[in-house]
Ligand binder design. Sequence first.
Ligand code: VAH
Length: 313
Amino acid sequence: MDSKILVIGSSGQIGTELVLKLREIYGNKNVIASDIRKGNYEVMESGPFEYLDVMNKNEVKEVLEKHEITEVYLMVAILSVIAEQNPLKAWELNMNSLFNILELAKNGYIKRLFWPSSIAVFGPDTPKEMTPQDTVIKPSTVYGISKLAGENWCSYYRNKYGVDVRSIRYPGLISYKTTPGGGTTDYAVEIFYEAIKRKSYTCFLEKDTVLPMMYMDDAINATIGIMQPESLPSYVSYNLGAFSFSPEELAEAIKMKIPQFEISYKPDARQEIAMTWPQSIDDSKARKDWGWEPKVGLEEMVDIMLQGLHFTI
Ligand code: VAH
């Protein structure tokens, strides 16, 4: 049976690029974008779109039946910064959206489901260097708590009801095609816009705050890769890494292209979130189990971002 795919949260940072890549692979009409707000021009023009509130389980069921959906990518979440400001709202959205979809999958409306986790599931007690797949995992942020709970519920539905749900612990994601929203790692995207526009940037993290990051194309390829039928996962959610850097190291890489670029530091509440996360990730299980391999490194990412944002030297 051909894949008919529904992306829920298709207007977000990951969802937007995921829809476009899936349409390239599976055909425009076989990938339905859906969100509570319309997507960008490309998403809206290249294939079907449904206004859909994932918190309304009956509405989701109607869309699944209308389009005879086989696979769902659930990309809806309140990220780390906004979650700290609205803990109960973040918990409700991040968890109840997942419960709605897991229940529909359990009742046979969805054959295979992708749900995004994050390296935010790790906390201050976790080894920070080359954080292993299996280790101390005690998140201290609202977002991390919701993602770890989500991983455990995915595991429960997989083991008890045979739901085929797959997941990845994303690092910070960087792209020029979509702007991020409400994340602690968003500085690594904002800095490029400011470097081009104003040749200067005030960073909300300390200069030596190393975090694991990845270029969006690699994250999209991994997301589609783990959803391939043959990528039978042994873990409910896989560590994924590509490269790590501090704001100071990223600024140095940008200065190689924009010598007059200046960075200053004004840490805020987001520093406390960043301090609880790993600095680098051991993703050897993903590489072994389903052939994960990042393609874009730090220097190449800087080039892609500056060119993508139409910076010409
Ligand atoms: C955030 N971009 O900053 C997300 C991500 C690992 C970070 O989960 O909240």
